[in-house]
Design a binder for this molecule. Structure first.
Ligand SMILES: [Ca+2]
Ligand SMILES: [Ca+2]
Ligand SMILES: [Ca+2]
Ligand SMILES: [Zn+2]
Length: 450
């Protein structure tokens, strides 16, 4: 639902034919498209007299997603708070070096005379301004998507610090790229940051990686899924769920199950499509690997439902509301609850025919953290499909009594309408001095599938 919020209101007077007329001066923020406006409204009649954009407008260069599958294109750098640097509503980007426990940053990207940031990729440099522009654009775009589609917001400032070209500096001053990307508090100010290093490839050149790390920051701001020590030992399941959600959100945004196409070589870093992973057989205790169990389950569902974007919302709501130390079983239970609340036609308490049985045979050999897997999700497994009405197995309506739809639908299928992008409310155009009505608000800079 598009929103408009008034951030500040001030009563002023305007001069008309030697008369001072009372006027409201409003600072207004809009989404879809995002905008910041200074609006003058007649205090008596309520007539909107004038609306001017207060955003710094700038263009730049970035890959649509990454160098492997897309070309550099011209993009709009939205939300810049000032013309001189890449600091905006949702991101503050710098290039940083780490040495002796200290982080030293600099701003390599500078606007040209027109205020734009047109740079070319320079692999594998640790001093390329393109990396900063690329990170700014994609962090900003992903935040806007999460905010507008799912209502994501941080407590306090929405702006996150972003480090690119992360490198170490040796005693002789030589810069050596750090081949990694992560969410964490690198500068020690108590607030989590996004960091993208430089190996043979720049991790910030791969938008999948940016979206993945950003999702970790969203988890941190919501459910805060974290590994925990419990009576069975070290429980890595919450960390596995965290990784699974990060892959899922990244892939949902790009509509591509391969995560890290560029940064991860020919096969990417991970793929949400592949061999079915089951519990407890495939649990390893390594969070990225365990996360793939959750990721592939949810991606498999996403591919079956009528509207994948609705399923993305179910995933997001589960991610945001699940307990900090949730197990796969906890997350599965909440996922079904959220899905049932989203679409009443979905069975609220499906009872898989065999998962407990499938797991119970392994329970005897389960030890330590693996034991809990027996009670965890299992309906991603062919052995653990919930019923004969599962996707691909129902060929006649009579065999799908619970769906109330044709067998072309899925057992958990959706019937809700696709999201619409055309608001009908009055909007203010940045190219006119007065509000006008528009029916198209699909951002041209968003990925094509949106
Ligand atoms: Ca670089
Ligand atoms: Ca920090
Ligand atoms: Ca991808
Ligand atoms: Zn991760």
């Amino acid at each position: 639902m598009p929103t408009t919020s008034v951030r500040r209101a001030r009563r002023v007077y305007r001069s008309v034919a030697d008369k001072a007329l009372p006027t409201w001066e409003l600072d207004v923020a809009t989404d879809r498209p995002f905008g910041l406006w200074r609006v003058l409204v007649d205090a008596h009649s309520g007539e909107v007299l004038r609306a001017l954009s207060t955003m710094v407008q700038a263009l730049g260069s970035a890959y649509a997603t990454n160098p492997k599958v897309s070309l550099v294109k011209q993009v709009e750098l939205l939300g810049l708070a000032q013309a001189e640097q890449l600091t905006g509503s949702y991101a503050d980007v710098q290039s940083c070096g780490y040495s002796g426990g200290k982080v030293t940053c600099e701003r390599l990207a500078q606007p040209d005379q027109q205020g734009n940031y047109f740079y070319k990729p320079e692999e594998p440099k640790v001093t390329d301004p393109f990396s900063e522009v690329h990170a700014y654009y994609h962090v900003d775009a992903f935040h806007r998507w999460m905010a507008s589609r799912f209502g994501f917001a941080r407590l306090g400032s929405q702006r996150i610090a972003v480090t690119v070209n992360l490198h170490s500096v040796n005693s002789s001053g030589k810069k050596q790229g750090i081949a990694n990307a992560f969410f964490g508090d690198i500068n020690g100010d108590g607030v989590g940051d996004l960091s993208f290093g430089q190996g043979s490839k720049d991790f910030a050149y791969d938008a999948d990686v940016i979206y993945h790390e950003f999702t970790h920051s969203a988890v941190d701001a919501t459910s805060d899924l974290s590994a925990v020590v419990d009576k069975l030992g070290f429980n890595m399941m919450p960390a596995g769920l965290n990784e699974g959600f990060a892959d899922l959100m990244s892939s949902a945004f790009t509509n591509d199950p391969k995560v890290g196409d560029y940064a991860g070589g020919s096969n990417g870093i991970r793929n949400l499509v592949g061999a079915t992973l089951t519990c407890p057989k495939d649990l390893s205790g390594e969070s990225h690997s365990d996360g793939l169990i959750w990721g592939r389950l949810n991606w498999a569902i996403r591919e079956k439902v009528q509207n994948p974007h609705d399923w993305d919302a179910v995933i997001y709501k589960t991610m945001a509301a699940v307990g900090k130390h949730a197990t796969f079983a906890d997350a599965s239970a909440l996922l079904l609850k959220v899905a049932g609340a989203t679409d009443p036609t979905m069975p609220r308490s499906p009872r898989p025919s065999s998962p407990r049985g499938a797991c119970s045979t392994a329970r005897a050999s389960c030890r330590s953290g693996r034991a809990r897997a027996c009670a965890a999700i299992s309906w991603g497994s062919p052995r653990c499909r919930p019923s004969r009405q599962s996707p691909g197995r129902c060929s006649t309506r009579s065999r799908c009594p619970r769906t109330r739809r044709s067998c072309g639908s899925t057992w958990w299928g959706w019937a809700t309408a696709a999201p619409t992008w055309g608001p009908t409310s009055a909007r203010v155009s940045p190219w006119t001095s007065s509000p006008r009505r528009t029916t198209s608000s699909r951002p041209t800079t968003w990925p094509r599938w949106c």
